[in-house]
Write a protein that binds this ligand. Structure first.
Ligand code: 173
Length: 317
């Protein structure tokens, strides 16, 4: 009798927690349905399917919910529980986040060689969050221009940037203007900017093909868009709930393999839309890349002298 009573009491204690589905509120720093939100949106669908009864993500949406440069702080303060955001948008809280673009190794390797672990610690400490996944390691950036140049020299050009491109634009003589992605179209249309930095993919999403004449070669750096989970929210999950998120995170990182074909198609689509490439040949391209990496690392190390060198060592470049 007594043991039945104890068993019943245990069930009563254990079952509400086990039966309760946790809901996490999530936002993206990129517009809904566009290139750098889409795989995250697939991840949300997967978690909601695989995690039925355990964990659910309530996707609030893109920059209409939280402005892009405030998303990092929104996860830190748990205004939201989860975010899809690039480190470039939270360098105010974590200056070394600007260095993540300089590591283009596949995440499978970064998870094996300690890089993920180190960057996760940085997120735990400085952003009160878990570094759940990093996407787009194999997608590079470009500088797009509306004025023709005959060598890699941005003198006299105003170029829209985020922290991703600021140092390289300045190193080649350009004037950087920082804007969120949502303001790029208007800046180009009004001639406030003569060009912009952006990945090789995604320029059609917001109609920028209509206000873009040239794409400069070579491609450089490595896109990084991360899925972050507020650390208290993360710690509040049980093992089964965390497993749903971790498994979906690895799946999400695996979607990068699709990008090889996507990039090829995107370059063709840009050409078909009349966007001309500006290619100054292998020697100029190599000089550009060497300088682009060097100025970016110097800048990261200057702003984050304690952690920058370690990030460089892990990136191996
Ligand atoms: O150009 C940007 O807004 C930017 O920094 C970025 C970063 C990752 C993916 C797409 C854009």
């Amino acid at each position: 009798m007594r043991s039945i009573f104890i068993a019943a009491a245990l069930i009563a204690v254990a079952s509400p927690a086990a039966a309760e589905e946790v809901t996490l509120r999530a936002v993206s720093a990129f517009a809904e349905g566009t290139e750098f939100s889409r795989n995250f949106e697939r991840f949300v669908e997967k978690v909601n399917a695989d995690g039925k009864g355990l964990i659910k993500i309530n996707y609030i949406g893109g920059p209409r919910a939280v402005p892009p440069f405030e998303v990092g702080n929104a996860v830190r303060t748990r205004v939201v529980d989860m975010a899809n955001v690039t480190g470039a948008f939270y360098t105010n809280l974590m200056p070394e986040a600007d260095g993540f673009k300089l590591n283009g190794k596949p995440m499978s390797e970064q998870r094996k060689n300690g890089t993920w672990d180190y960057i996760n610690q940085l997120h735990n400490q400085k952003l009160g969050s878990q570094y759940l996944a990093r996407q787009f390691h194999n997608v590079p950036f470009h500088i797009y221009l509306n004025k023709k140049i005959d060598k890699i020299d941005f003198s006299g050009l105003k170029i829209r940037v985020t922290p991703v491109y600021r140092d390289v634009v300045e190193a080649f003589g350009g004037t950087p203007i920082t804007t969120a992605p949502g303001e790029v179209y208007t800046a180009l249309e009004r001639g406030v900017a003569d060009g912009y930095g952006w990945p090789v993919t995604g320029i059609f999403d917001l109609g920028w093909d209509k206000v873009t004449k040239f794409r400069m070669e070579p491609p450089f750096y490595s896109v990084e868009v991360n899925v972050l989970v507020n650390l208290d929210a993360w710690k509040g999950l049980n093992d089964a709930q965390r497993k749903v998120l971790n498994d979906a995170a690895l799946w999400l990182e695996g979607l990068d393999s699709e990008k090889v074909a996507v990039i090829k198609a995107e370059r063709e689509r840009q050409a078909a839309a009349g966007i001309q490439t500006l290619d100054f040949g292998p020697a100029a391209s190599k000089a550009f890349l060497d300088r682009a990496y060097e100025v970016a690392w110097q800048s990261v190390i200057k702003r984050a002298p304690e952690t920058g060198p370690k990030l460089r060592q892990l990136a191996g470049n």
